[in-house]
Design a binder for this molecule. Structure first.
Ligand code: ADP
Length: 398
């Protein structure tokens, strides 16, 4: 079975065609600037040269058509015809309280996604457009939705309810949902395998640290708490997002600076985080380099970031009454040995010891804790596309 995995953004579309017989990636790529001048498709077929198509894509249907043409092209294709695509798996950001697992897409599911759009106005509409574009360009091929929020639907009420009037939860669904669920699920399962320990007997803290970042407490295979909340703004200090701030700062600033809700939202989501503190960049590589050159605000940004991660790890060790393993994943978590070291230096009280040599390596799943570490620490490259493809296959096999 071949599964086409799609991640549709408002003006972009990422894809991977995965052969589920051996879980190999046959081709992957990215359409950018959909509906904007200068659209392009970068197509990377396995075993052939990468190709870039610079051609205008009016909408997601046009983008999907271009992807299909590339996949079946005699020059850069990897399949002979569209018939070799057996199913499509979509990454969907918000499933609200409707979905606690992946589902085959039906009209009912689409109706629920529309209802969730208010909760993720930047993401869900693009996901729905992607689903409808596939219906148009690949009629009859089954589609599956895999949600960023689904894994966290096991959080207990004490973890997901905000202490604001209950009526807002009832009226607007205001609660903590959590995100990056597909990634937290994947790396926690991998960590249990690497420990050779049943997942349902393991307490694992997973740290997904990329441009956006979140930590999850995975007890016995289920998410019981996570740092992102109603939106992906809550929790850690991120590339451009503030993470937790006293809500009064928001009303104070809006009054002082005469800001609209939209402007305030932009400040918290796009101008804050390590970018806001350092004034240098939202990219952790730039900040690490500025900090090495003695830039005090870049130093402060990294310090604040790592401190916050360490505090959350501590709080989740408490929430689970213990922890067997800590996992680092995503761009920063997988690649920055320095950041992992600084975070783990806070965790001496838990008996965490890092092996400096292993912590300096990169590129594959590995244990970085020293043999005498009381808690095992792993770096595990995340693979959300593979999870989406596996869920898609599993649902269709049923
Ligand atoms: P996204 O949330 O956009 O999926 P990624 O998981 O790709 O993000 O992570 C991107 C972040 O990872 C960037 O801030 C980047 O600087 C950081 N990163 C990637 N490689 C390194 C590295 N070698 N050292 C430090 N940071 C890195």
């Amino acid at each position: 079975m071949n599964v086409l995995v799609l991640n549709c953004g408002s003006s972009s579309l990422k894809y991977q065609l995965i052969n589920m017989n051996d879980e190999s990636v046959m081709a992957k790529g990215l359409c950018e600037r959909i509906g904007i001048e200068g659209s392009r498709l970068k197509h990377q077929p396995q075993g052939k040269e990468d190709v870039i198509f610079e051609e205008y894509m009016e909408d997601h249907s046009a983008a999907i058509k271009m992807v299909l043409d590339a996949l079946v092209s005699p020059e850069c294709g990897v399949i002979k015809s569209m018939k070799e695509i057996n199913a499509i798996g979509h990454r969907v950001v918000h499933g609200g309280e409707y979905f606690s697992g992946s589902v085959i897409i039906t009209q009912e599911v689409k109706d629920a996604l529309v209802k969730c759009s208010e909760l993720a106005p930047l993401h869900n509409p693009a996901n729905i457009i992607g689903i409808e574009a596939c219906e148009k360009t690949m009629p009859g091929i089954p589609q599956v939705g895999v949600f960023d929020t689904a894994f966290h639907q096991t959080m207990p009420e004490r973890a997901y309810l905000y202490a604001i009037p209950y009526e807002y939860y009832e009226k607007y669904g205001i609660r903590r949902y959590g995100f990056h669920g597909t990634s937290h699920r994947f790396v926690s399962e991998e960590a249990a395998k690497m420990m050779d320990r049943p997942l349902d007997q393991s307490k694992i803290i997973t740290c997904h640290l990329g441009n956006g970042g979140s930590i999850c407490a995975v007890r016995y295979g289920k998410s019981i708490d996570t740092t992102m909340g109603f939106t992906p703004l809550e929790g850690l200090v991120m590339g451009t997002r503030s993470g937790d701030v006293d809500a009064s700062v928001v009303t104070f600033l809006m009054e002082k600076e005469n800001l609209t809700p939209k402007q305030m939202d932009e400040i918290l989501n796009k101008k804050s985080g390590v970018l806001g503190i350092s004034g240098v960049s939202s990219d952790f590589r730039d900040i690490e380099s500025a900090s090495e050159h003695g830039n005090p605000r870049a130093e402060a940004a990294l310090d604040i970031f790592a401190y916050k991660v360490a505090k959350n790890i501590g709080s989740y060790a408490a929430a689970m009454n213990g922890v067997d393993a800590i996992v680092f994943t995503a761009g920063l978590g997988e690649n920055s040995g320095t950041t992992r070291r600084v975070i783990c230096d806070y965790l001496g009280y838990l008996g965490v010891h890092i092996d400096s040599y292993n912590n300096s390596l990169r590129g594959k799943a590995m244990e970085i804790s020293a043999p005498d570490s009381r808690i095992r620490v792993f770096v595990i490259p995340t693979n959300e596309e593979l999870v989406i493809a596996r869920d898609t296959k599993e649902l269709l096999d049923k």
